[in-house]
Design a protein around this ligand. Structure first.
Ligand SMILES: [Fe+2]
Length: 157
């Protein structure tokens, strides 16, 4: 049965579902890249950075979960399989030939900055479409990403 949230227009609902699924795809791409870095990073400062990546991933995953569940509230279908994500994400692929901490820190910081930008665009789009609650959920995810961008960037000196 349809949830049919009160006073939400069909256009707002459709826009939000589209934006949320695009961000879920980007979020999952970020989440997997964080593990790629977590597993392969080597060098001085390893343990702190290795552990930081898992804490960033936890925050990113929590944001993805909230966004995917908002899709349900809007009567949509959340799309999060690896195959669909690979097709849907607009973020740059994470390099698989890196080892050095500095290279990973640079790449992860850039990825988080790009994802943060997509989230900010999503806040504007859903807000303008008339769904401030979805904009709020994306804002919460965005706040975490901004904070973690700072944490990761601090490794770059
Ligand atoms: Fe681990």
């Amino acid at each position: 049965m349809a949830v049919e949230l009160q006073s939400l227009t069909d256009n707002a609902r459709k826009t939000s579902i589209e934006v949320l699924n695009a961000l879920v795809a980007d979020g999952i791409a970020v989440s997997r890249a964080l593990k790629q870095a977590h597993w392969n990073v080597k060098g001085p400062g390893f343990i702190g950075f290795h552990e930081l990546l898992d804490s960033v991933k936890e925050h990113v995953d929590a944001g993805i979960d909230e966004m995917a569940e908002r899709v349900q509230q809007l009567d949509g279908t959340a799309i999060g399989t690896v195959r669909d994500v690979a097709k849907a994400t607009s973020l740059k692929p994470y390099p698989t030939d890196m080892v050095k901490l500095n290279d990973h820190a640079k790449a992860v910081a850039e990825l988080l900055r790009d994802y943060g930008g997509k989230l900010r665009d999503g806040i504007d789009t859903t807000d303008e479409a008339g769904d401030p609650n979805t904009a709020d959920i994306i804002t919460a995810a965005s706040n975490e990403v901004d904070k973690d961008t700072w944490f990761v960037s601090s490794y770059l000196g």
